[in-house]
Ligand binder design. Structure first.
Ligand SMILES: C[S@@+](CC[C@H](N)C(=O)[O-])C[C@H]1O[C@@H](n2cnc3c(N)ncnc32)[C@H](O)[C@@H]1O
Length: 259
């Protein structure tokens, strides 16, 4: 049998790393397909419904949750670009997951940052019931705490190092008070990571479809130009959009509490 040359060993190593990363992305890819198909069918069935987040279809909730696991990869990329955020996440961080849904992003964050603790809050009890089961199934109940809580009712005690805020699910009028509430819950120097949906391409149709998804999720399609001033008003510093280098269909915006 021929010997494995260093070049061949390198290529075997890299193809097994690719297989591992494809395997770990499978739940996100399946979740993305299930979500887009189910949301397309729901749009055809009820095109005129008011934008809101009231889905009780467990399959759809699980699909959206699995799709959102990809956001952990986007946050990792942001943390590489902004070392002060990376330093926070690398230690024993307290991470707030606003709109934790069925908890899959909380699970992905707990796996990505093994010294961190995650607190997931949501107002929607059917999603939280699924989240408890998902977190339990992954044996992460010691590191992920789930609470039924509105982001507007966050305790103004500075306890979190990093907070994730998914904007597509928040009505526009509650975004300014939500940004202020999260700011009050961050430790000095703690980071807000706010996310919006990203379009599949730069063309007008892709942008309009992304706006449609956002509006039907109950939110407003924020642009950097209208969102960043809101972060400034809420008291955040170092506010910035992070150039998208990841596959997950989200844009990320950062802001830091002074200190
Ligand atoms: C679709 S989920 C996000 C998916 C989630 N990352 C997962 O892993 O399932 C968005 C959640 O935001 C929640 N939400 C909406 N408004 C909220 C508020 N004011 N406070 C807290 N959560 C809220 C919704 O109930 C919904 O469950």
């Amino acid at each position: 049998m021929s010997r494995c040359t260093p070049r061949c060993a390198r290529s075997l190593r890299s193809s097994s790393a690719t297989r591992r990363s494809t395997r770990s992305s499978r739940p996100q890819i399946v979740g993305l397909a299930q979500t887009f198909i189910a949301q397309g069918a729901e749009l055809l069935a009820d095109p005129g419904r008011a934008g809101a987040w009231t889905q009780v279809d467990a399959r759809l909730l699980q699909g959206i949750g699995r799709m959102s696991m990809g956001i952990a990869g986007a946050i990792r990329a942001a943390a590489e670009r902004v070392p002060a955020l990376g330093d926070r996440l690398a230690g024993p961080a307290e991470i707030l997951d606003v709109g934790t849904g069925v908890g899959w992003l909380a699970v992905a964050l707990a796996r990505a940052y093994t010294d961190a603790r995650v607190v997931g809050i949501d107002i929607f009890e059917p999603a939280l019931a699924l989240a408890r089961a998902n977190v339990g199934a992954k044996n992460l109940q010691d590191r992920i705490e789930l609470r039924q809580q509105n982001v507007l009712c966050l305790d103004p005690t500075p306890v979190f190092d990093v907070a994730w805020l998914a904007l597509p699910f928040l009505p526009a009028e509650i975004v300014p008070p939500a940004l202020a509430a999260v700011h009050g819950s961050l430790k000095p120097g703690g980071w807000l990571i706010a996310g919006t949906f990203a379009a599949a391409g730069p063309d007008r149709l892709s942008e309009l479809l992304m706006d449609l998804r956002t509006v039907r999720s109950g939110g407003k399609p924020w642009t950097a130009a209208d969102l960043l001033p809101l972060l400034d008003v809420a008291g955040y510093q170092d506010t910035q959009p992070i150039p998208r280098t990841w596959a997950a269909p989200v844009h990320l915006f950062l802001g830091r509490r002074a200190g």
